[in-house]
Design a protein around this ligand. Structure first.
Ligand SMILES: NC(=O)c1ccc[n+]([C@@H]2O[C@H](COP(=O)([O-])OP(=O)(O)OC[C@H]3O[C@@H](n4cnc5c(N)ncnc54)[C@H](O)[C@@H]3O)[C@@H](O)[C@H]2O)c1
Length: 425
């Protein structure tokens, strides 16, 4: 989540992200009463592997790429986590991401722990052949560290089912067997799991509906504002609208629209330009902060606004449910303030855990050699997220902490207990 300090360079930003993650781990462990030895174990990953991957480019020249795979702590089970292709990613970023994935796995209570990987590259500048060589080279470099019982790789920013297919094929060739369990997020043709698409959007809709039920509201009478009408925001607006929720407001990078009688979601989706913008077409658009203060039951923050919402920004919010649909949308103080005022805050850890849940479903199906239907996957996603929300709400009540703090506590609790039970600390 993090606070509002200013950091400039990419390196500083990476260190800042890791520091925030470590502080969050330690403060959550302290709230459970764990001492300094457990803090020391869990605030750093157990394994960080840095590899160099030489690739023959189309030009005939060889370029050496750097790659990473980080496994946070395997006290609970094998690692699981994405691999990013990104030009500015650092080893520290990957460490912070692996720890975040551990919290996601903990919050949805799956027998896996967090891992993460990356290759420092700009995928937009590489040809199809070069991307294939890089994907295969990455797997060759880390093969002895990964596998269904060690660490399972899934797609993340800059990677997709095609890269997973190349990586899987490289595993099969190196292992000389069929090894579907090495990768999650595979194409359906390679026995991937159905229902992976729009996992985050689905997770947000599931938790929104669950929170509405908890407030004893009916979906048909509930209203929502979608802050950020992009890929995630439009999916959530459409699914909530289809479930009977009136979408009274939306915003994008230009401005915001509000109509207490409900906006025409299909029309707005249809009129979005190639930059995903639609509010610029309307004379009556308002500011984003004005929108946040309007009457509604649910606010979903799925914007790419770089600025986190502060305690001052949320002071005017009237919605009883606030869903953080993306990492670090609000400051710790803002979350605490909303909690104090009785707003149910669905934290980023839970909404983003929907991706990890679908990766886990992919692992289970690969290990069983049994493919679920999309309905089964969606049903299991619903079950796992509703259970996680119950755990967070209960911890928030029993420990008198806000929903972000409760989510972090649940996320790390089992890993700490398992490390102790194994005799590591
Ligand atoms: N797409 C995914 O699979 C995915 C997965 C996990 C998390 N997320 C997170 O969800 C959030 C949204 O992702 P997306 O894929 O929908 O992004 P997107 O780029 O498709 O859409 C972002 C929306 O935010 C709007 N926006 C930009 N600046 C804004 C501002 N200052 N105020 C209000 N709106 C602003 C844009 O106009 C656009 O409507 C991000 O934080 C992202 O990290 C996305």
């Amino acid at each position: 989540m993090g606070e509002e300090s200013v950091v400039d360079s990419d390196e500083e930003k990476s260190h800042h992200r890791l520091t925030i993650m470590q502080e969050l781990m330690v403060s959550s462990l302290k709230k459970w009463g764990y001492g300094s030895q457990v803090h020391a174990l869990l605030k750093e990953p157990l394994r960080t592997l840095a590899v160099r991957i030489p690739i023959k480019l189309d030009s005939g020249k060889t370029k050496i790429f750097t790659g990473f795979r980080v496994q946070h702590n395997d006290a609970i089970g094998p690692g699981i986590g994405g691999v990013r292709f990104h030009p500015e990613v650092t080893e520290i970023d990957v460490q912070a991401q692996a720890m975040w994935t551990s919290l996601q796995a903990g919050v949805i209570d799956i027998p896996y722990s967090g891992a993460s990987g990356a290759i420092v590259c700009n995928p937009m500048e590489l040809s199809f052949r070069e991307l294939e060589a890089l994907s295969r080279g990455y797997v060759r470099a880390i093969i002895s560290f990964i596998g269904p019982t060690k660490d399972v790789i899934a797609p993340d920013a800059g990677t997709n089912t095609q890269m997973m297919a190349w990586m899987l094929d490289e595993c099969s060739q190196l292992k000389t067997d069929h090894s579907p369990g090495f990768m999650s997020g595979k194409s359906l043709i390679l026995d991937g799991s159905p229902g992976r698409e729009a996992a985050v959007g689905k997770g947000i809709s599931i938790t929104a509906k669950s929170a509405v039920k908890r407030r004893k509201l009916s979906l048909g009478k509930a209203s929502a504002i979608i802050h950020g009408f992009g890929n995630v925001g439009t999916y959530v607006a459409k699914t909530l609208n289809d479930a009977g929720v009136t979408i009274v407001g939306i915003s994008d990078g230009h401005g915001a629209l509000y109509d207490p009688d409900g906006l025409d979601v299909d029309y707005l989706m249809d009129r979005r330009d190639s930059f995903g913008m639609v509010t610029n077409l309307f004379k009556k658009s308002i500011s984003k902060n004005e929108l946040l203060a309007k009457d509604c039951d649910i606010i979903v923050d799925s914007s790419r606004d770089q600025k986190k919402l502060t305690s001052q920004d949320v002071e005017t919010i009237k919605a009883g449910i606030f869903i953080e649909a993306g990492k670090g949308k609000i400051t710790g103080e803002a979350s605490a303030r909303l909690h104090q005022r009785g707003t149910c805050v669905i934290p980023d850890l839970l909404t983003s855990a929907a991706n990890t849940a679908t990766s886990y479903f992919g692992c289970v199906q690969s290990n069983q050699g049994y493919v679920w239907t999309e309905e089964e996957v969606n049903h299991k996603l619903e079950e796992i997220l509703e259970r996680a929300l119950t755990l967070i709400v209960d911890a928030s009540h029993s420990r008198s902490v806000n929903m972000h703090e409760a989510a972090h506590m649940i996320g790390i609790q089992k890993m700490a207990a398992a490390s102790r039970l194994r005799g590591w600390v």
